[in-house]
Design a protein around this ligand. Structure first.
Ligand SMILES: C[S@@+](CC[C@H](N)C(=O)[O-])C[C@H]1O[C@@H](n2cnc3c(N)ncnc32)[C@H](O)[C@@H]1O
Length: 265
């Protein structure tokens, strides 16, 4: 497939379950000549790429260098100038903690047209697949998406007082490493230590695991289950729905769900 003006399709792949791809994302994947994709695009979605399509992996695994953001930006411009149809496929929604807007800016600055296809972001999908509604009348009137990622050896600088609101659901992306700090700061800012808290690992996939606990104990609970990235942390009273609204059973022999003894009431 070819086009006259160089154009890159910046496409959100959602959190993992291929059924959560938008029709537009799926159509573009089928039409692309080249797909440049990240680590967070699930294998089940990669498996949907037609055989003849060129695939370029540019994922960054924690602690391992693969391709830096500058190199990825340059690669997209170079590929676009070959007049082929380029899909840049990123996990979740590329505009939510995904550096999608930086890639879009770079394309614009280099005279390349782009089209944006939003994806379902992890906060929305992983919470739902873990039985947790992000808002609920009378319980949570707002929701905050927060990055828990901070530069190496730097403390996480957030407005803790504004986050410590009983009726706000907090969703931390990339929050596992900074969990001890965020727990301490939120409790110090006035959030009740017994506020329900959850972690969802590999949300929406066949190996999803969830860990349900409380703010003061979530760190130990996560450790007991060896929860690893990618994982989302959800804090707020809405987490108390997790058992009642738990509809999703991951279809994998290796997946499981454990409530560690330490956090059982
Ligand atoms: C760099 S951010 C990218 C977020 C992505 N753009 C989105 O909209 O979901 C990566 C973080 O998103 C969260 N995440 C993404 N996919 C996830 C999944 N399937 N399960 C749990 N957390 C996920 C994790 O916190 C992970 O560390």
């Amino acid at each position: 497939m070819s086009n006259n003006n160089p154009r890159v399709y910046l496409v959100g792949a959602g959190p993992g379950d291929p059924d959560l791809l938008t029709l537009k994302a799926h159509r573009l994947m089928n039409q692309a000549d080249v797909i440049v994709y990240d680590r967070l695009v699930s294998q089940a979605i990669i498996d949907l790429i037609p055989h003849g399509t060129q695939r370029i992996y540019v994922g960054k695994a924690p602690g391992k260098h693969h391709m830096g953001q500058d190199e990825i930006n340059q690669l997209l411009v170079k590929l676009a100038n070959t007049s082929r149809k380029i899909v840049r496929l990123k996990g979740g929604d590329p505009y939510i903690f995904g550096r999608g807007s930086e890639e879009a800016q770079f394309l614009v600055q280099h005279g390349i047209d782009f089209e944006y296809v939003p994806g379902i972001t992890a906060a929305s999908a992983c919470s739902a697949y873990a039985g947790i509604p992000l808002t609920h009348r009378g319980i949570a009137r707002s929701v905050r998406f927060i990055t828990g990622h901070c530069r190496a050896d730097q403390p996480l600088e957030l407005n803790w007082n504004s986050l410590a609101d009983k009726q706000t659901t907090l969703v931390f992306y990339m929050g596992i490493a900074s969990l001890p700090q965020l727990r301490t700061e939120l409790i110090k800012a006035g959030l009740d230590a017994s506020t329900p808290a959850a972690a969802v690992e590999n949300g929406t996939t066949s190996v999803q695991r969830r860990c349900i606990s409380t703010l003061d104990k979530i760190g130990e609970a996560i450790e007991a289950m060896s929860i690893q990235s990618p994982a989302l942390i959800i804090i707020g009273d809405v987490v108390s729905f997790a058992d009642e609204l738990n509809w999703f059973t991951p279809q994998s022999e290796t997946s499981n769900e454990i409530v560690p003894q330490a956090v059982k009431n």
